[in-house]
Ligand binder design. Structure first.
Ligand code: DER
Length: 234
């Protein structure tokens, strides 16, 4: 099975949790895309009705519109029944790294407002500890003096061999989020220790808007692997 087929399997499994009448947090990324496609299909077939979607990015909003999924927002629906979204990393405690797609702020706002957050991943996302994949740990920062903020972040995790890099787009310009901010990606060589302590320290830096560690947020993680589907509950 290809990685994308595994993502689709996890996504379709998550959509089994969706009931008619729900207000849904709609995730962002290539795994969540399959979940949206499936929701759109069930709506078209009349097997799901009366769904309202709260998108976690402009990209997801566009996909939802193209699928005919009715949309609303957090101002109108401050409490959401269920969110379905992917992740870049999942640790054994169901803590996540998200945001490699650049949507972490709106994802964290939406998923933080949900009664249930079902995270969908292929098995390649499982890590022993967050930051362990050696891939980016995203932090959304204000553009104003981003170097100053990036240096504070790098120094915060210097004992973990942290390198902080501004994320650029395909044209070599700074990547700009849906919220008009920049992303500084942290590359770690070692475990950053207590995640809550790390999270609090990151958020104390004035130029930081939000980071990509989603701690104690996922209520269920659906993992699709070569040997089948595993459902992990908090
Ligand atoms: O950027 C994000 O937060 C995405 O949800 C990411 O974490 C998962 O993206 P993928 O499903 O394309 O791997």
């Amino acid at each position: 099975l290809t990685q994308d087929e595994l993502k689709k399997i996890a996504a379709y499994k998550a959509v089994e949790f969706v009931e008619s009448g729900m207000v849904l947090g709609l995730g962002t990324g290539s795994t969540a895309k399959h979940a949206l496609d499936r929701i759109g299909e069930l709506l078209r077939q009349g097997r799901l009705t009366n769904i309202l979607g709260i998108p976690t990015s402009k990209k997801t909003q566009e996909q939802a519109i193209s699928l005919g999924i009715p949309l609303s927002d957090l101002d109108s629906h401050p409490t959401i029944d269920l969110a379905i979204d992917g992740a870049d990393e999942v640790d054994p405690h169901l803590n996540l790294v998200k945001g490699r797609g650049g949507s972490l702020l709106r994802e964290k706002m939406v998923e933080g407002a949900c009664k249930k957050f079902v995270c969908i991943v292929d098995e390649s996302k499982l890590v022993k500890y967050l930051g362990g994949s050696g891939l980016a740990m995203p932090v959304e920062v204000v553009p104003f003096c981003w170097k100053f903020t990036a240096n504070k972040l790098q120094n915060l995790f210097r004992d973990s061999g942290c390198v902080a890099k501004l994320r650029n787009d395909c044209k070599g310009e700074p990547f700009v989020t849906d919220n008009g901010n920049y992303i500084v990606d942290l590359y770690l060589k070692k475990d950053i220790g207590d995640l809550q302590v790390a999270s609090d320290a990151i958020l104390r830096i004035a130029g930081v808007v939000e980071h990509g560690m989603f701690l104690d947020m996922a209520t269920t993680v659906i993992v699709a692997g070569e040997l089948g589907i595993t459902i992990k509950n908090r």
